[in-house]
Every structure is written in C-alpha cells, then in structure tokens.
Design a protein around this ligand. Structure first.
Ligand code: MN
Length: 132
C-alpha cells in the first residue's frame, strides 16, 4: 500500500514479549511500522528478504545472541543500520556491539519518554528527506 511505503519500517529482534509490546506500541504510536522477530535466525531471514529502514536488536537472545546476529547481517548485502538495545551495564558490551557491526545502541530499560527520539537519530538523512 502506498501509505505504508511512506512509513519508516523497523525490524525489531527481541525475545521478551513485554519489550516487544512496549517498543511496538511506542513506535507505532509515532507512525512507524514495526515487524517483530523473536529470535536471531527469524530476524536475519526477515532482514535479508524485506526492506527495513532500521533494525533494533536485542543482545540477550536465545540460540544466537545479538552480537552473532549483527555479525551475520553485516556478512550479507543488508546495509540497514542496526541499533543494539542492551541492558548490559558494562561499557565493554557497547564496544562489542559496535565491533559486531551495530551502528549504535540504546540502553534498557527503555525510557518511553525518549525512546522514539533515540531511534530516530539512527535513521538515514535520505529517508528523512522523503518525509512530507
Ligand atoms: Mn532478550
């Protein structure tokens, strides 16, 4: 649909149902379209077959952690920015996220007052120019 094509498409890779609900609610409330994946392999399959403007990636995931997901995605032609969403307090984990190919990170717990603004910082200028 044409209206959906104008929306910013976000892929959310997150295993926690409450976090999926909160992130989806916050983003959809601001007009984003959100596709959720509950684990890394499902997220990678989505990211490599559909267009997304941004990938939000939980680090603590079953089977394949977020670092492995980011490394796998960066080994594909997918150039979509990846933002790690991490509750890890140690700065080394942020560095690990960047080293794995993430473009940045947002800290958990998610702050509903600032989350969408944080997400929007990682969208490409070319996309913003498409906004009406
Ligand atoms: Mn998790």
């Amino acid at each position: 649909m044409r209206t959906n094509a104008l929306k910013t498409n976000v892929l959310l890779i997150e295993d926690n149902e409450q976090n999926r609900y909160l992130v989806t609610f916050l983003l959809e409330n601001q007009g984003y379209r959100v596709t959720a994946a509950v684990d890394g392999p499902t997220g990678i399959a989505a990211a490599t077959t559909q267009h997304f403007d941004l990938i939000l990636l939980d680090i603590q995931l079953p089977v394949m952690d977020g670092y492995a997901v980011a490394r796998a995605l960066r080994a594909t032609p997918c150039k979509t920015p990846i933002v790690a969403v991490t509750s890890y307090a140690m700065t080394g984990d942020r560095e690990n996220a960047l080293a794995a190919g993430c473009n940045g990170y947002i800290e958990k717990p998610i702050n509903p007052a600032t989350f969408v603004a944080e997400v929007s910082r990682f969208l490409r200028p070319a996309h913003e120019e498409q906004q009406p």
